[in-house]
Ligand binder design. Structure first.
Ligand SMILES: Nc1ncnc2c1ncn2[C@@H]1O[C@H](COP(=O)(O)OP(=O)(O)OP(=O)(O)O)[C@@H](O)[C@H]1O
Ligand SMILES: [Mg+2]
Length: 249
């Protein structure tokens, strides 16, 4: 079964066609990465799946049911959660209040249960339950955004650049959390500029350029693809590691 099937998706902003006929799939319990440069249309695809920007053409099929055109709250009820670009947490609310807002579709008892689970997943958030979210560090805010998305117990999680703006150490921590989430069986669509880290985690990945998919393959395939290494992993052919000095091989 496929968690998500997107067919020939087009999304416009007025006359601008940001997504120009894109098709991809997220199989159940898998992690699929969507990579591409700034402005390629990655966030627009996430917004379309979440119902925040209705598509102008194409089909979006969630667990076998078409959802294109449904309002965002309906799509949340069907098990989709978004962790948006730029986090969008409520700075004046506490950590716990932010988390509870993520669970609005569920009963109070379910919320308490999931909250306890999230506190085990992110001990740092647990320690800071009563702290105002605006005073969390960047990495902690990112974890809060992830935790809030999980509060609805999604079947499909849409992550838009969870590592954006974080120091390398925190990037690693966020990716560790994503890896743990993957093990819980939730299906994940991960948008990232950090291509190397995303490809290491991804079962399958798609490359988006100017609103179109140009390359796809398993994470391992793409990690070893020359064109991709040059374009997204910041490598040039001459940048092969030099042999150690002294000639001892
Ligand atoms: N609200 C908007 N109104 C007009 N154009 C928009 C709007 N949002 C996005 N666009 C345009 O759509 C295109 C795709 O934007 P999108 O945000 O999806 O890119 P992205 O791949 O997420 O980029 P980034 O890596 O910088 O986040 C861009 O050319 C952008 O300028
Ligand atoms: Mg974006």
């Amino acid at each position: 079964m496929k968690a998500l099937v997107v067919e020939d998706l087009q999304v416009h902003y007025g006359p601008i066609r940001a997504v120009a006929g894109v098709s991809f799939q997220v199989p159940d319990s898998s992690l699929v990465a969507l990579l591409g440069a700034n402005g390629a249309g990655k966030s627009t695809i996430i917004r379309a799946v979440a119902g925040l920007r209705p598509p102008t053409a194409g089909r979006i099929v969630l667990h076998g049911e078409e959802i294109q055109g449904l309002p965002p709250h309906e799509i949340v009820r069907r098990g989709v959660a978004v962790c948006p670009e730029g986090r969008r947490i409520f700075r004046n609310l506490t950590v716990e209040e932010n988390l509870l807002l993520g669970g609005w579709t569920r009963s109070r008892r379910d919320q308490e249960e999931t909250l306890a689970h999230i506190c085990r997943l992110f001990p740092r958030l647990a320690e800071r339950r009563r702290q105002r979210a605006g005073t969390l560090s960047g990495g902690e805010q990112q974890m809060l955004a992830l935790g809030r998305a999980l509060m609805s117990r999604p079947r499909l999680l849409l992550l838009d650049e969870p590592s954006l703006g974080l120091a390398p150490l925190l990037v690693r921590e966020v990716f560790k959390v994503v890896a743990r989430l993957k093990e819980t069986g939730v299906s994940i669509l991960l948008v990232e500029q950090n291509a190397a880290a995303a490809l290491e985690l991804a079962d399958y990945a798609y490359i988006l350029e100017n609103g179109r998919l140009t390359l796809e393959g398993t994470g391992t395939d793409l990690l070893t693809n020359d064109h991709l290494r040059r374009a997204y992993l910041g490598e040039t052919p001459t940048e092969k590691p030099l042999p150690p000095a002294g000639g001892a091989m």
